[in-house]
Design a protein around this ligand. Structure first.
Ligand code: ME8
Length: 504
């Protein structure tokens, strides 16, 4: 009944783009749904500061790296807030608590005999913040992801004996077929391990920006050897006076995209085993949100400013688009125009109008009062409750929304078929009209609860407009749960039309 979810900690070499908003928003949906089902949750996000690319941007701007990081941390902290993501802690790798913990963690690996000194001579891609073997480069010697020439590095480094962990990692994967989801990512990670593991450098000698190694202060921790540890370090100082490792480790679930699969699915569990910790419970590796079929990145020039989209459409609409525009887990293309289309057609017409019509009819035909009677069942909410919960447990965030939206549409079909405006013309239909109005009130109440994880603001507005008690306990997704309501007036539009000028 405990659930700990993390997003990657993002590099702060520039401001957030929609790809970062993507993982954070989806994470919040998953965590909110777990909370609705009574689980004790912890949701972590934050920023990764000790990267070479961060150091270089600071230099370009003529700032000390810490000063640069302090400034840019501001818009990054804003991101979850503006997305309405209820994170429990925002970690920065320059936090004293993190730095202290990383040193202790690396020392444990060292004391365990898993760290040795050697000379690293090879390529380093600053875009990836990763050392590259020749096989990982194109024929022309470029990084396959960034199509840039990596830098040649030759320096004394400390290496982690990853090769010694091959058998233990394979055993872990064999024991836990759900360790990495989806299945094709599990296979990818497992075959990488089975193909043979090479030791990797965990330090940098040539860079002053980073966490000094406890046994050799002339070197700093390699940015990944520092960043991955955040998932554990945060638990030691997020709440003063508490060590949340006892509560939330190892029930950790990591969300990440496929770009950083190896670091998370191979390096991280091995580092944990070396330092004497259990591996996390599960990792979910999702695909890329592509704009015009290209990955979003600053260098490709197709960045969408997530905060600007939220300024125009509101956070609920951006969250909805994120969950629905591409099937979560897979790569998928989406356009900014589709935010508007979904806002108008789905949120505005399907859901917003249903609430407006229902409340208008209740106000007009029943003076704002709906009595609790035995409802019709245009939607089987018991089945929906189980279905959505199961899908959310499988990280099928898009599928769970799809089946919920089918229910929204069935309720719309029900209004059209029952035509309450016709029933209202003849008092002989009074009992039937009462039943139809209650069924609508009841269905919208259950839907508000079912949609809460996606649309936290709108779901609260729906309950309020329907004069139903606040609260999103999952059991409220059922038939006949709405209470008698009084004082209902025509609701304000949930998703008002947006004038074109506002988006220009
Ligand atoms: O890799 N589609 O940071 P990062 C979907 N600091 N998700 C996307 C995306 C896209 N187009 N673009 C980015 C790092 N993401 C390291 C992580 S963790 C210990 C250290 C999301 O700023 C996705 O979650 O490059 C991806 O894995 C992450 O941002 C990469 O963020």
């Amino acid at each position: 009944m405990r659930f700990y979810l993390t997003t990657p900690i993002y590099y702060v070499n520039s401001t957030p783009h929609i790809g970062h908003a993507y993982t954070t928003a989806i994470g919040d949906m998953i965590v909110r749904n777990r909370q609705q089902r009574g689980q004790e949750t912890f949701f972590l996000t934050g920023v990764d500061e000790h990267a070479t690319k961060v150091y270089r941007v600071a230099q370009e701007q003529g700032l000390e790296p810490q000063e640069y990081a302090d400034r840019i941390a501001v818009p990054w902290r804003e991101l979850p807030k503006r997305l309405d993501a209820e994170t429990d802690f925002f970690i920065r790798t320059s936090d004293e608590g993190h730095k202290r913990f990383v040193r202790d963690f690396l020392q444990r690996m060292y004391d365990n005999g898993d760290v040795y000194e050697d000379v690293y001579a090879g390529w380093y891609c600053v875009g990836c913040e990763a050392f590259k073997t020749d096989e990982e480069l194109t024929e022309d010697g470029l990084c396959k992801d960034h199509l840039t020439k990596p830098e040649w590095i030759e320096e004394k480094n400390y290496f982690f004996r990853l090769s010694a962990y091959q058998d233990r990692l394979l055993a872990l994967y064999d024991e836990r077929p759900q360790f990495v989801l989806p299945g094709f990512r599990y296979n990818e990670a497992r075959s990488f391990i089975a193909g043979g593991l090479q030791d990797f450098s965990i330090s940098r000698a040539g860079q002053p920006w980073g966490i000094p190694l406890p046994w050799d202060e002339s070197q700093v921790a390699y940015v990944w050897a520092d960043a991955l540890i955040n998932y554990l370090s945060a638990l030691t100082y997020a709440r003063e006076g508490e060590d949340l490792r006892d509560v939330f480790w190892p029930v950790a679930h990591h969300l990440l995209a496929k770009d950083i699969l190896r670091f998370h699915c191979v390096f991280w569990p091995a580092m944990l085993l070396s330092a004497g910790y259990e591996p996390p419970q599960q990792l979910f590796v999702h695909g890329y949100l592509l704009l015009d079929d290209r990955k979003i990145s600053k260098s490709l020039g197709n960045v969408i400013e997530p905060l600007e989209l939220i300024d125009v459409y509101g956070s609920d609409a951006v969250r909805f688009w994120i969950a629905r525009a591409v099937s979560f887990g897979h790569d998928g293309s989406a356009s900014v125009d589709s935010v508007r289309e979904r806002y108008e057609n789905e949120l505005g017409n399907d859901l917003g109008n249903l609430l407006s019509r229902t409340t208008a009819m209740v106000a007009r035909y029943r003076d704002g009062t709906v009595k609790r009677v035995e409802p019709d069942a245009p939607v089987d909410f018991d089945a929906l409750r189980e279905d959505v919960a199961g899908r959310m447990d499988d990280f099928d965030v898009t599928g769970a929304l799809d089946v919920t939206w089918d229910a929204v549409r069935r309720l719309n079909q029900y209004v059209t078929a029952e035509a309450p405006w016709q029933l209202a013309k003849d008092e002989a239909n009074d009992a039937k009209l009462d039943r139809v109005l209650y069924t609508l009130l009841d269905g919208l109440t259950a839907l508000a609860v079912a949609l809460h994880a996606y649309l936290p603001q709108s779901s609260a507005k729906i309950l309020e407009a329907l004069r139903q008690p606040a609260g999103f306990e999952w059991e409220r997704v059922r038939n006949g749960g709405a209470v008698t309501a009084e004082g209902i007036g025509q609701a304000e539009p949930l998703f008002p039309r947006i004038e074109l000028a506002a988006t220009a």
